[in-house]
Design a protein around this ligand. Structure first.
Ligand code: SME
Length: 159
């Protein structure tokens, strides 16, 4: 994988488009799970400057913190708990405009205001969760969901 991403400033949709194309090209045929998740977290954080970007990995009956970029975060999340555990339990993407309004939200930082969580589904089973936090209220929408879903669908082929 080359060490540099070349992303022109622009609307978020344009940035996603360029970023995801480059991530796919740059990871190429690398199959190491930790390496690929780590670089995807770094690429999203570096390019879109979200507050926190990372993965939780399904290990037995809980989620365990995986590669991430941002402040330290809680290590284990039970199924059905918080936004991540709910996304896992319901097997669906969850967008939270205001984390204070989400019952049971797990606050790793009081600076996090909105959140999007997507399940990574491989061979019909959820293997990980992608979590992005923003320090702005209602920072995620259908555009984020569209590009991040595409990224997750591809990512399960290289982990
Ligand atoms: N807020 C998440 C916990 C993970 S941190 O945001 C990194 C949740 O409610 O599941």
């Amino acid at each position: 994988m080359a060490e540099e991403l070349i992303i022109s400033p622009g609307e978020r949709e344009e940035i996603y488009h360029g970023l995801i194309t480059q991530i796919k090209a740059l990871i190429g045929d690398e199959k190491d799970t930790i390496a690929n998740l780590a670089n995807v977290a770094a690429a999203l954080k570096q390019t879109l400057n979200f507050f926190w970007v990372g993965f939780y990995l399904v290990k037995g009956d809980e989620l365990v913190l995986g590669p991430f970029q941002g402040p330290i975060a809680c290590t284990r999340i039970q199924k059905g708990k918080g936004v991540c555990g709910s996304s896992w339990e319901l097997s669906k993407t969850i967008i939270v405009d205001d984390v204070d309004e989400f019952p049971g939200h797990i606050a790793c930082s009081s600076l996090s205001k909105s959140e999007i969580v997507l399940p990574l589904i491989k061979d019909g089973a959820i293997v990980a969760i992608l979590d992005l936090d923003s320090d702005k209220i209602a920072d995620f929408n259908a555009v984020d969901q569209k590009y991040l879903s595409n990224l997750c669908e591809w990512l399960v082929t290289v982990i």
